[in-house]
Design a binder for this molecule. Structure first.
Ligand code: DGL
Length: 270
């Protein structure tokens, strides 16, 4: 029954906690590639190789469906994986499309032509690699017209979160929001386009001001996974056991994860 959740590190836990809240009985296997985080400064080939390795480990752990709870991997590697690598009886899905469907007020899988939407000025905060890929703008253009997107690469933020340096992380959020606002003074909505960033959601909301609607992926992805599993019950894999795997140091990663999720999380070596 298990479903796999992949991230470069701790960020995917923001997706994990919402899936867990919505589907408490679903076995979930989490894989954090903490030894190689951050991905956001790596090139596409490197991200592809690391993401395939993580997804394979999740298949081996009894997952037939793997969610890439990592925008950087979704942007840089997902399409290539789906075209060349994912076995016919397995699925790998990303976190981009459900978010854009929510922003453009579409229901799941609505492939009708792009149309005008209410939100016209959107700030995107993401890793340098996700911003450079322009994957967000490409997916948005399939669904909406006339939306102005200003993207801010948030260099350093994933490193600070992975290191547990929240003072530095808050300072970085403020400076990245300031930089964005110099180019787009009044965004209507802000997308947290990296699954690490919801751990700093309050800092983003404070810096952006209360009138800006901040979108993050946890709940949106959890709902679309629930919907997907209802339509594809065969994609619940044979694995029965929930576990947390890391390529990093299990003790350090467990301590950080426990602090972020405010409950005991025990990682083991991948
Ligand atoms: N959580 C990953 C994302 O959503 C962070 C990528 C990184 O390691 O830089 O993009």
């Amino acid at each position: 029954m298990a479903v796999g959740i992949f991230d470069s590190g701790l960020g995917g836990l923001t997706v994990y906690r919402e899936i867990r809240a919505l589907m408490p009985d679903l076995p979930l296997v989490y894989y954090g590639d903490n030894a190689h985080a951050p991905y956001g400064v790596r090139d596409a080939d490197d991200i592809y190789d690391l993401t395939c390795k993580g997804a394979q480990r999740l298949f081996d752990a009894g997952c037939d469906l793997v969610i890439l709870a990592c925008n950087t991997a979704s942007a840089a590697a997902l399409r290539r994986m789906q075209e060349n690598w994912v076995p016919a009886d397995k699925r790998v899905l990303g976190v981009f499309v459900p978010l854009i469907e929510a922003l453009t007020e579409r229901s799941w899988g609505d492939n009708s032509p792009p149309r005008e939407v209410d939100t016209k000025h959107v700030a995107l905060f993401a890793t340098p690699s996700t911003v450079a890929s322009r994957a967000f703008q490409r997916e948005l253009a399939f669904r909406a017209v006339g939306v102005d997107v200003e993207a801010q690469p948030c260099g350093g933020l994933v490193d600070a979160i992975e290191d547990g340096d929240m003072i530095l992380a808050e300072a970085l959020v403020r400076s990245h929001v300031d930089a964005l606002k110099r180019r787009m003074p009044h965004p209507q909505a802000a997308i947290l386009g990296c699954t690490h960033y919801p751990l700093m959601a309050e800092a983003f909301q404070d810096a952006l001001g209360k009138d800006v609607k901040v979108f993050s992926q946890g709940k949106i992805v959890a709902r679309s996974l629930q919907d997907y599993l209802q339509r594809h019950p065969e994609m619940r894999g044979p694995g029965q056991k929930s576990m947390f795997l890391t390529t990093g140091d299990p003790q350090t990663v467990s301590d950080q994860a426990t602090r972020f999720l405010k409950r005991e999380i025990r990682f083991q070596s991948a």
